[in-house]
Write a protein that binds this ligand. Structure first.
Ligand code: AMP
Length: 219
């Protein structure tokens, strides 16, 4: 399955993507996590994008598309993937279509996570990420770790992302409405969009997603 996950920042894309990817046996590809990994490893790409991420802006398309293409060319993504945070605008969506087309593939579905805006802000304010593994995400209220500040999965230190501060969140939401929301219309024309309500307990949302996805085994 080749799936794209869309939804505003704080919709729970990262959380659901990790769970769905595991259930479906496909890699979770998050461009945000790839950028953060590059930043924490001090790579040239990391240095180039650090400031943009801190301010909640969008990394230029050519950089993002090249990084995503590189990741999707790896063998584990050959039979499918779950994209989280990419594409984030129409140009990236077109680039992804081209890239897949070259290999004779196309997307299976675009899963749109719908969440009211006030809920989004609450979720982001309480979000804590693991320093050791960006896929491990907690929330001080909704998904607290057993020991405050420590990742339940790997013992890594939990921290609040720079771009999860309130001002930056507002900017990211604006960018989402301007740049990213139009891709839902783009994919709707291709008949790919499946919308689910991303409210309620995390496992229920995962079940809802599995039930809504074509070919997925919801059992
Ligand atoms: P995320 O973890 O998906 O919220 O992404 C964190 C940050 O990484 C975003 O606020 C952007 O600065 C950058 N980023 C991630 N994915 C993309 C993308 N597809 N295009 C441009 N910038 C991106």
């Amino acid at each position: 399955m080749r799936i794209v996950l869309v939804g505003p920042p704080g919709a729970g894309k990262g959380t659901q993507a990790a769970l769905l990817a595991e259930r479906l046996g496909i890699p979770h590809v998050s461009t945000g996590n790839l950028f953060r990994d590059n930043i924490s490893q001090g790579t040239e790409l990391g240095r180039e994008v650090q400031q943009i991420l801190r301010e909640g802006g969008l990394v230029p398309d050519e950089v993002t598309i090249a990084m995503a293409a590189d990741r999707l060319a790896q063998p584990d993504a050959g039979d499918g993937f779950l994209l989280d945070g990419f594409p984030r605008n129409i140009a990236q969506a077109q680039a992804l279509d081209e890239l897949l087309g070259e290999g004779g593939h196309k997307l299976t579905a675009v899963l749109d996570l719908e969440v009211p805006e006030d809920e989004v802000v609450k979720r982001i304010a309480g979000r804590r990420m693991c320093r050791k593994n960006s896929g491990h995400v907690f929330h001080v209220e909704y998904a607290p770790p057993a020991v405050p500040g420590v990742c339940d999965v790997c013992g890594g230190e939990l921290y609040q992302r720079d771009d999860d501060q309130e001002d930056t969140v507002r900017h990211r939401l604006e960018l989402y409405h301007q740049e990213t929301e139009p891709i839902i219309g783009y994919y709707r024309e291709q008949g790919l969009v499946v919308t689910i309500a991303a409210l309620g307990p995390v496992p229920e949302i995962t079940q809802r997603a599995l039930a809504a996805l074509p070919e997925a085994d919801a059992a």
